[in-house]
Design a protein around this ligand. Structure first.
Ligand SMILES: C[S@@+](CC[C@H](N)C(=O)[O-])C[C@H]1O[C@@H](n2cnc3c(N)ncnc32)[C@H](O)[C@@H]1O
Ligand SMILES: [Zn+2]
Length: 269
């Protein structure tokens, strides 16, 4: 089933020769990497979201499998809550590591989207069988009730759009950092490191039905990996100069990882 809808008029988007188009002649070219930019602001997609270097850091770090326990758990949720042939959406897919992981294990129709063209370009280059597009979470260009299972990791929460795109029996899994997540890294960066508050997104449109905690540890001995991890985090934007100095001279890093998966369904009427 084709779930994509035109971001201009809302009609179904057809897949043509290297472009997608609707019956009202709105047309969106397929980029050479294979993704489609459905952001109405046109060329500015390059400037939105993470820059090229941050996207590359996330890509390199995740490809080494450091967060594979999380990917495994998300995949287990997708297996539990969807069936062969169902539609699965990776909301704010970033550079596509988790999408690709699921495509390797499950027989579903996969779609991923993100506002950052830098991220989506890397995701599309994975050639994993998923369809990737550039879009804003505030206006997801897919049809109402067209998604059987969605996952949404470390990104802004938009409950009305999630609720709109999910089928009535659909499930969405969100990830937020657990209390101890990357505490070892924060001990390096800050003189007063803090624990995460484990706040679940507030929602009145969706019903929280289960919580899964995924705990692990990282023992990094490559300064390149340490720096890539740092660049993936929000700390990248607010680390004091002395913390940066400590980070730059670091040759090894031990830190806990802790993810919380929150499983939401649409309330049954
Ligand atoms: C921390 S990254 C997580 C990416 C991916 N889910 C992962 O775990 O690797 C957050 C992602 O949300 C995307 N994002 C932020 N605001 C967005 C929006 N308004 N619409 C779509 N994507 C957005 C960013 O571009 C970025 O790729
Ligand atoms: Zn249209």
């Amino acid at each position: 089933m084709n779930i994509l809808k035109c971001p201009v008029c809302g009609k179904e988007l057809q897949n043509g020769q290297r472009r997608f188009f609707c019956e009202n002649s709105h047309s969106f070219d397929t980029a050479k990497e294979g993704y489609v930019n459905l952001l109405l602001s046109g060329k500015s997609g390059d400037c939105k979201g993470d820059n090229r270097e941050m996207a590359r850091s996330r890509h390199d770090f995740l490809n080494k499998g450091y967060y594979s326990p999380l990917a495994k758990e998300v995949c287990a949720c997708a297996e539990k809550y969807s069936e062969s042939g169902d539609t699965v959406l990776d909301i704010c897919c970033g550079e596509g590591y988790y999408t690709e992981y699921l495509t390797k294990h499950l027989d579903r129709s996969f779609y991923g989207f993100d506002i950052s063209k830098n991220m989506v370009r890397l995701a599309a280059k994975r050639k994993c069988g998923a369809d990737f597009f550039v879009a804003n979470i505030a206006s997801i260009p897919v049809a109402d009730k067209s998604v059987d299972f969605a996952f949404h990791l470390f990104a802004p929460f938009h409950e009305d759009e999630f609720s709109r795109v999910l089928a009535d029996s659909g499930v969405i899994v969100t990830a937020v950092p657990g209390k101890n997540h990357l505490y070892g890294l924060k001990k390096v960066l800050y003189s007063k490191p803090y624990y995460n508050d484990e706040k679940a997104p507030q929602t009145s449109f969706l019903q929280l039905t289960d919580i899964i905690r995924v705990k692990g540890e990282l023992d990094l001995d490559d300064p390149g990996d340490i720096n890539a991890l740092f660049q993936m985090t929000p700390y990248y934007y607010h680390t004091p100069a002395n913390g940066m100095k400590r980070l730059e001279s670091l040759e090894k890093l031990y830190t806990e990882t802790e993810f919380i998966l929150l499983i939401y369904k649409k309330p049954q009427r």
